[in-house]
Design a protein around this ligand. Structure first.
Ligand SMILES: *[C@@H]1O[C@H](CO)[C@@H](O)[C@H](O)[C@H]1NC(C)=O
Ligand SMILES: *[C@@H]1O[C@H](CO)[C@@H](O)[C@H](O)[C@H]1NC(C)=O
Ligand SMILES: *[C@@H]1O[C@H](CO)[C@@H](O)[C@H](O)[C@H]1NC(C)=O
Ligand SMILES: *[C@@H]1O[C@H](CO)[C@@H](O)[C@H](O)[C@H]1NC(C)=O
Ligand SMILES: *[C@@H]1O[C@H](CO)[C@@H](O)[C@H](O)[C@H]1NC(C)=O
Ligand SMILES: *[C@@H]1O[C@H](CO)[C@@H](O)[C@H](O)[C@H]1NC(C)=O
Ligand SMILES: *[C@@H]1O[C@H](CO)[C@@H](O)[C@H](O)[C@H]1NC(C)=O
Ligand SMILES: *[C@@H]1O[C@H](CO)[C@@H](O)[C@H](O)[C@H]1NC(C)=O
Ligand SMILES: *[C@@H]1O[C@H](CO)[C@@H](O)[C@H](O)[C@H]1NC(C)=O
Ligand SMILES: *[C@@H]1O[C@H](CO)[C@@H](O)[C@H](O)[C@H]1NC(C)=O
Ligand SMILES: *[C@@H]1O[C@H](CO)[C@@H](O)[C@H](O)[C@H]1NC(C)=O
Length: 856
């Protein structure tokens, strides 16, 4: 709108210049007086006497062949207001088409009705016409199109409207018309479209209403208070669109389905009777039906047997009726279906597996039935809403669906008997959509099966937490506005009971299998947690305690060389991995904070982002975005042994099968394409650290367990730059790298410091792992004793036998030549002499040369 505004102002200025020059009592002068009288832009803009074109040359107005009379005028959206003055439009004796829509016109002059002999189309849509529609409307005998929608018209619809026998389009939507549908309306025999929706009509349909409109294709009477029995629409042979939703229509639906109906919306009425009657007495062509909504009526019986013939059906809503208990209907052929709502339709038994054929499904609501059995595979490609709540479903949610949930708009599995292992959702989500506990393996169960106290407590806490977040967000915004960005913490002192509850004092001591660590803080709420992207949320160590259940072993993800890593949800559902750098540090708090801030700014699609940090006494705590799919170490070496069910996802993927239905295969990660993707992504991350950061960052600990797999199965390198934060005594040890990944130069020299080339060596080892599937140390390396991965593969490459090193699991999944080439790249990376190793930038280039093409 903003763009069009200026030109139209200029245009108006010119227009008025021209109008001012119109002779009195010509169509030009009537149009000028009309615009002037309706508060159009000021006529003072005009320069009298200029040689300007007459009204006919302007694009709003169209004149007849003589150039004398205006036949069409379209003055839409000009801000015209008030009543149309006498002696203006009413004098345009040849006017046929008048469009004054989108103004603020409140009334019509009495001479306006004189236009009756000429007017063919009249559009007053979106104005402020009020009062009742005068009987004079019947004067417009030639009218074909009348649009009075979205005004404030009230009173009854005048019966005289029936004299408009040529009227094809009538729209009275969005007014306050009351009374009954006038029987006179039947006089409008030519109607093609009739819309009187969103008014206050009452009573039943006039006699003969159904049969009267032979040519009607679209009837919308929704959103009134029409009562009485449903019509016999069998006379309406052309009708394609029927919307009677939101009325009080009673009776059976018998005979409704006639002709070429494509859209039927009878929702929210009081229709009764057996639903199958809708077709039993007519030969309805199901194959044309696109939209069927019979929801929220009182229909009974069982579904139509021929539903499955509705191949074009996109929207089916039968929810909220009084159907008999029945089996899930046959829907295997409704492959166009996008919206399916069978909530509260008495369904029993299992959800049929054929539901997976509904590949276009975006919304599925089967809630409030008595469905049993497990949830079958669904096509999740477009699914945005799923509600299976209040049934008796058991078993686990199928993996593709589970994986899809985080990106869905809404899902609800509450009040079932589902087990939900291996899923990670925020506690809020569990409470809302899986009604149950916050355990790792909660049960979305009938509430009677669960302890009650937990729920109310949790709920209260949640409400408080939300209220508090909102409060502090507001405070923060005010602060921001006042320019006191960094002072927000002062306000935080006033934190309320939720925080007080947690005003627990330390020092806190925590144990893991291999270490004990202490956070020497006095008051947990006084130690800030910095979250870079959400500086206004004042998280504290108390939130970290809450997020990790007091650093409970149950939330322990791993124990790395820096210390334990925990998993948790910060308020607001921020899913994080919390890494405690246990081994102390020699740098000051300020230095550590500065280093964290610097690392927080380093962003790359193949790096695990540092989300924030906390300095808790001596402990430096790094907070990372949580990586859904574990690390490469798990993926390559741990999982086949079945370490942890929760990491199992990383072993699975889903692919489209012939029907386009997604199904799980456990092979997704054991393809050359995937392995190559990991290698290339990791190389990119390292190249970025080495060549794209200033000062340069040497990772110092490149290994499979530093490479994480995110929710999109992209590799992300973690733990970069931490050695600086840890500093001191540990630095040396870190520098040495991890066993199996240490370059030869480290064992030779006493004080060899890590360089980009030592990272390249570590990467070379990872590359060998990716192609061979073997561990760097302690695996079986056929044909060699006391070997390690590097010496074994290097030996084979030298002998030109590298193909025998390729992981048999991926051998068939791609080009053997590419895999051999990748081993040669690893060979270069693991060169004895650091100077012989390529740079990571070069490695990226080399790896790109052996990239499998998309469909390999
Ligand atoms: C009347 O004007 C409105 C708004 O400009 C437009 O949306 C509508 O299609 C018009 N009605 C007819 C029948 O052309
Ligand atoms: C129509 O609106 C005008 C001005 O807004 C008001 O004075 C008048 O009373 C209204 N008429 C009816 C019938 O509501
Ligand atoms: C219905 O439409 C047909 C074809 O468009 C036309 O010939 C006929 O006159 C119309 N009937 C009425 C009652 O307007
Ligand atoms: C509906 O009306 C038609 C005639 O227009 C008639 O033949 C038919 O029997 C009626 N159906 C019902 C269910 O009343
Ligand atoms: C029927 O009318 C209601 C209310 O005006 C509207 O919400 C609904 O979308 C309409 N149905 C169809 C199929 O257009
Ligand atoms: C409709 O069909 C049922 C049987 O299917 C029959 O009993 C009823 O009389 C029929 N109604 C009309 C109006 O034909
Ligand atoms: C039903 O409708 C479809 C398309 O809407 C059409 O192709 C088909 O011929 C119709 N069948 C009958 C029996 O009228
Ligand atoms: C399904 O229908 C019920 C009853 O009309 C309604 O409450 C619910 O919101 C609908 N579900 C979806 C997903 O639209
Ligand atoms: C679910 O199953 C239980 C036990 O079989 C039964 O008691 C309960 O009524 C069922 N609930 C529903 C909604 O069918
Ligand atoms: C819930 O499901 C489990 C098996 O998954 C079954 O043992 C248990 O009886 C079920 N409970 C109810 C109330 O149906
Ligand atoms: C899920 O359904 C249950 C039962 O109808 C309801 O109480 C709960 O609020 C719903 N949750 C969501 C997130 O829609």
């Amino acid at each position: 709108m903003g763009l069009g505004f200026l030109p139209s102002l200029l245009f108006l200025a010119l227009f008025f210049r021209s109008l001012a020059s119109q002779q009195p009592n010509t169509d030009g002068s009537y149009v000028r007086d009309f615009l002037e009288g309706m508060g159009g832009p000021a006529p003072a803009l005009s320069e009298p006497g200029g040689a300007l074109p007459p009204v006919c040359s302007w694009e709003w107005a169209t004149c007849d062949a003589d150039g004398e009379n205006v036949v069409a005028l379209a003055a839409t959206g000009l801000g015209l207001s008030g009543n149309i003055p006498e002696n203006t439009l009413g004098k345009l004796i040849k006017l046929q088409d008048l469009d004054l829509s989108r103004n603020s016109i409140t009334g019509i002059s009495s001479d306006f009705w004189g236009l009756g002999s000429s007017l063919r189309s009249l559009n007053f849509s979106r104005n402020r016409l009020n009062g009742s529609l005068p009987n004079n409307v019947g004067n417009f005998g030639k009218l074909e199109s009348l649009d009075l929608s979205h005004n404030d018209l009230s009173g009854e619809i005048p019966t005289t409207i029936g004299s408009l026998s040529g009227l094809r389009f009538l729209n009275l939507r969005g007014n306050m018309f009351e009374g009954r549908i006038p029987g006179g309306l039947l006089g409008c025999r030519s109607l093609v479209t009739l819309d009187i929706s969103s008014n206050r009509l009452i009573g039943g349909f006039p006699d003969g209403f159904g049969a009267g409109f032979r040519n009607l294709t679209s009837l919308d009477l929704s959103g009134n208070m029409i009562s009485g029995r449903l019509l016999n629409f069998s006379g309406l042979e052309s009708m394609g669109y029927l919307n009677l939703s939101g009325n009080q229509i009673q009776g059976s639906v018998m005979g409704v389905f006639q002709g070429p109906l494509q859209l039927i919306d009878l929702s929210s009425n009081q229709l009764q009777g057996h639903i199958s009657q809708v077709t039993s007495n007519s030969s309805f062509n199901w194959s044309g039906l696109v939209y069927l909504d019979l929801s929220r009526n009182h229909l009974s019986g069982e579904f139509f047997p021929n539903l499955n013939e509705a191949h074009s059906l996109k929207h089916l809503d039968l929810a909220g009726n009084r159907f008999s208990p029945q089996k899930f209907p046959s829907i295997a052929y409704l492959t166009s279906l996008e919206y399916l709502n069978l909530s509260g339709t008495g369904l029993t038994g299992k959800i049929p597996a054929e539901i997976s054929r509904l590949v276009s499904l975006t919304t599925l609501d089967l809630s409030r039935n008595r469905l049993t059995g497990s949830i079958p595979q669904l096509s999740t490609r477009d699914l945005g809403v799923i509600d299976l709540s209040v049934n008796n479903l058991t078993g686990e949610i199928p993996l593709p669906l589970l994986q899809r949930l985080p990106s869905m708009q809404r899902f609800n599995f509450s009040y079932n008997n589902l087990t939900l292992c291996a899923a990670r959702f925020s506690p809020e989500t569990y409470r809302a959509a899986f009604f149950g506990s916050q355990n790792d393996c909660p049960i979305a169960a009938n509430p009677d099966l669960l302890p009650k106290t937990k729920k109310t407590h949790g709920g209260l806490k949640l409400v408080l937490a939300i209220a508090l977040s909102a409060f502090f967000l507001l405070v923060g915004l005010v602060c921001l506005a006042l320019g006191c960005r960094r002072r927000t913490r002062l306000w935080a002192v006033k934190q309320l009971s939720y925080k007080e509850e947690q005003t627990i004092s330390g020092p806190f001591s925590f144990q893991t299998d291999s270490t004990t660590w202490v956070a020497d803080v006095k008051v947990a709420t006084s130690v800030p947690v910095v979250i870079f992207e959400k500086p206004l949320l004042n998280f504290t160590f108390a939130d970290l305690l809450a997020a990790t259940s007091h650093f409970d072993r149950g939330t322990l993800l791993a124990e790395g060389r820096f210390g334990p890593v925990y998993r948790g949800f910060l308020p607001g559902g921020i899913h994080v991995a919390v890494k405690v750098l246990v081994l102390g540090s020699t740098c000051t708090d300020l230095e550590a904070a500065r280093e964290f801030e610097r690392l927080g700014r380093i962003k790359h699609p193949n790096l695990v982002p540092l989300t924030g940090y906390c300095l808790a006494g001596e402990q430096r705590i790094a907070i990372y975005e949580y990586m859904e799919n574990g690390n490469l170490q798990n993926l390559l070496h741990d999982l086949p042994l079945g370490i942890q069910a929760t990491e199992d996802w990383s072993n699975d993927t889903w692919e489209e099968d012939n029907d386009g239905v997604q199904s799980i295969t456990s092979e997704g990660q054991t393809t050359w394409r995937f392995r190559h993707k990991i290698a290339l992504g990791t190389a990119r991350a390292l190249a970025y650290l080495h060549h794209g950061c200033f000062p340069q960052i040497v990772h110092r600990d490149v290994k499979a367990s530093s490479i994480y797999i995110d929710s999109a199965f992209e590799p992300r390198l973690s733990d970069f730059g931490l050695s600086k934060v840890v500093g001191g005594s540990l630095e040396e040890e870190i520098t040495r790298g991890s066993a199996g990944y240490t370059p030869p130069e480290f064992s030779e020299a006493e004080n060899y410091s890590a360089t980009p080339k030592s990272d390249v060596y570590g990467f070379g080892v990872v590359l060998f792992e990716l192609v061979t599937g073997k561990k760097p140390l302690g695996d079986e390396y056929p044909g060699e004793k006391d070997a390690n991965l590097v010496s074994w593969v290097r030996g084979l490459v030298k002998k030109n036998e590298s193909s025998s090193a390729i992981d048999p699991k991926i051998l068939e999944t791609g080009s053997e030549r590419q895999m051999e080439e990748a081993l040669r790249i690893g060979y270069l990376c693991t060169a004895e002499l650091p100077s012989k190793r390529p740079s990571m930038q070069q490695v990226v280039g080399l790896l790109k040369d052996v990239e499998p093409i998309a469909d390999q």
